[in-house]
Every structure is written in structure tokens, then in C-alpha cells.
Design a protein around this ligand. Sequence first.
Ligand SMILES: *Cc1c(COP(=O)(O)O)cnc(C)c1O
Length: 483
Amino acid sequence: MSEPLLFEMGSPGRRGFSLPVCDVPDKPLEKMVPPATLRTAPANLPELSELDVIRHYIHLSVQNHHVDKGFYPLGSCTMKYNPKINEAMARIPGFAQLHPMQKSGTVQGALKLMAELSCYLGRIAGLDAVTLQPAAGAHGEMTGIKLMRAFHESKGNPRKTIILPDSAHGTNPASATISGYETIQIRSSENGLVDLDDLKKNMNTDVAGFMLTNPNTLGLFESQVLQIADIVHEAGALLYMDGANLNALLGIVRPGDTGFDIVHFNLHKTFSSPHGGGGPGSGPVGVKDFLKPFLPSPILDVCDSDRFDFQWQPGQSIGKLQTFWGNFGIMIRAYVYIRMLGASGLKEVSRNAILNANYLMRKLQGRFLLPHTQHHMHEFVLSGDLQKESGVKTLDMAKRLLDFGIHAPTVYFPLIVHEAMMIEPTETESQESLDHFADIMLQIADEAEKNPGLLKEAPCSTPVSRLDEVQAARVLDVNYYNK
Ligand SMILES: *Cc1c(COP(=O)(O)O)cnc(C)c1O
């Protein structure tokens, strides 16, 4: 039996609040609100006690999967555990109740936090200046490409194209296109890395930049990155890193040292802000010194000062990207995360993320096709091609995982692996939870051979069974109807 929904519960006159009698002088509503917009009959709202409401929301909170409820190995999206101290700090009234238009003298603590966070990110990535304005990873990419354009324009020619590998995240070509560039896609070689010959063949003085993800979306470190940087720079182009997932690099490799000129970060992935469900996020962008004049205005880049203020830099800046200063609540969470771990803790994060991914990969590779067998970084990509022989698709296995209280990995991405399952366990999982996941995956491999029909029906034990995804995308209707 399904549980009653909020609108079906309650009883007339039931209350969940008590307010003192209103002492604001009575003024007829019609004087305050245009009469045409006034209701003629009371809204049909449920009348509930506090307990009813609490139970309703607690119930909703366990209907869906989330990282506080179970394992969430969603490759590329880094669903790590988000320490609750981050939340506590973001809720401190001195932070939470700030208004973005307050005078800088009254928000020195907030500005100091932002300035220090920029500096930490710069140090982590080996870059000279960081803007915190972009609201998400894709917004950071767009910012990065606009910086490239501004740089090339300052040399007299904005150039025409951006090169990307075929393993790139979909937002990369989208960001290049929306910023007015044509994109050229180059092949990955057999071993899953950038094909240097293909890169050289496509590199010329029309190319504004090369967008690379390192480790790439197969979870492999682009070991030829120094040569790649030389090829790109010799043509006068810039090297951009999609740094949405820095989980493998913290304290180990600084992208700036390997030749990247521009890097975006996803604070809501690597730096532990809850995400999914549409945000809010934060996608800061770091650059080398020579690109600093082009950064979005205003900037705040003092690491050590007594007095903090935004600096407006009209000249060559690409302008402002936000109504205000960026998603401050996410910055607080990232700041607390970095401060709680410190330099050595951040390095430990990456070492454990890499260890966990490789441990799991070796446990699964006997039963699932592993297209690239070398050691990986913080994630790896399996192919469902072996199971496809019994008619079972990766989608079916992903749905079956839900029956065991585990979120599916990222599926069908990267596009260069058939029936891809992209698994990122993250550093926050214990060996026991990795073993548990491996046992379930092996059981699913057995089921694929012996009982493929079961997988086609999965999930069977979730509040909603398998959705018709095409229908859901075409006729999305999330209204509640009181039958
Ligand atoms: C998540 C992700 C992005 C985009 O980040 P959003 O915050 O979702 O816009 C870009 N590149 C990679 C590799 C990602 O994993």
C-alpha cells in the first residue's frame, strides 16, 4: 500500500504552528495587493500537525537514493561523503544571513574566506590567480573559453577552433560552441590516451586551445601531458584542463606544473559539497599569471592582508559572470573541507581514492570486460559487452543495482567504450563497502547468465519501478493530481 501524500493527509483545523496575535495595524488587503490578483476562495492546502509534516519529509528523504543512505559510485561525478561540519559552518548566522550588497567593511570575514579559498585552489592546482564567480563546472568552462578568446583577441586574432578528445565530457564541446568556436574532435589511441599524431595533424594557428581532462574520463592519467603542452603552445594555442574531478591529483600533481594555462574546479565534486538534483554548485577557474588581466571582474586575490575588498578591473576583463559574487554557501563548504584536511589530508584523499578504484577494478575485471587493463587513477570504466551476449544491457545491470540499495555507476559514458559503466568509489568508502559492492556486481554477472529476464524487469524493490525514459523526457509532468 502506498503512503498517503501530504495533500491527502490532515484534517480541518489541525495546526503545526502557533503564532502570537498579529500586532501590525489592520489595513485592507485590497489596499496592499491589486484586487485582481487576490484569491476569491481560500487555497486548498492540507492542514497538518508538526509531526505529520516531519514524517512526510523524512519519508520523502528515503524514497530516493543519496550518498548518506548508500554507496554511490557515479563515475566522473564524485559522490563522496560530505562531512557534516561543512554544513554546520555554512549555517553559521554570520555567514548564512549576509546580504550580497552589504558594504565590504561589514563582511570582512566572508571576503577573507573567499580570498583564502582562491589562494588554496591556486596552490592545489599550481596556478597564479583564481576567480570564484562561475556557478558550476560548465559555467567555469565557458569562463575559461572566454578567457582564451580574450587572450587571443588581445594578440589581434581570436582564432576559430577548439580541439577536444573523443573522451571529453559533453559540456566541453558545448562550452566551446556557446563561446563562438568550432570544435574538432580527435581520437584516443588504443591505450585510451590522446593520440599525439592526430593532435599534431589538427594543430595550427586557427586553434585557440585544446581542452583536456586529466586523468581523462577513462580514469587514465595522460602521461604525455608535457608533450601535449609543447605541441599546443608551439602553435600559440592555450591548454585548458577540465578539472571537475581533481580527486586523483590533490597534493600529488599540480596541473599548472604540467603545462595547463587554465583549469576549472568543481567545488561540488572534489571539495565535498552535496550535489545532484541541480545544484547549487561552484566552478572556480584558475589561470597562469599572463591570463590574470582577463579574469572576470571583480577579483579578490590577496592571500594575506588585513583588509579585503573586491577589485574592479575594467581594462581587458571578460566582465562579470554572476549577479553577485558566486555561490558563497558552496565556497564555505569547500573552505572548511580544505582546512579540516590540510595539505597532508588532501594528499591522503587522492591516494585513497586511487587505491579504492584499483582495488575494486581488480575484483571485477574477471567477470566484466575491462577495455584498458593498466592501473587507473580514481575511477575506471568497464564494458557490459560480455553480458550483452545474453541480451543483458548495461542499463539493465544499472537498474538491478538499485534493488540492492546501491546507486548505479555512470552508464554509457564515455562514449568511446561500448556499454560503458564508469565506476568511481571515492576515498570515503571503506574496504567493507567496496567488497559488498563487488559481491553484488558478481551476483549480477551470474544473474545475467542464468536469469537475464530478472535483470530486464529490475528494479523490483524500489518505490517506483522502471520508468519509460523516452516517455518521461517527452511528456514530463511532475504535477500532483488529487484523484
Ligand atoms: C561534472 C563535470 C562537468 C560539468 O560540471 P557541472 O557542475 O555539472 O556543470 C564537466 N566535466 C567533467 C569531467 C565533469 O565530471
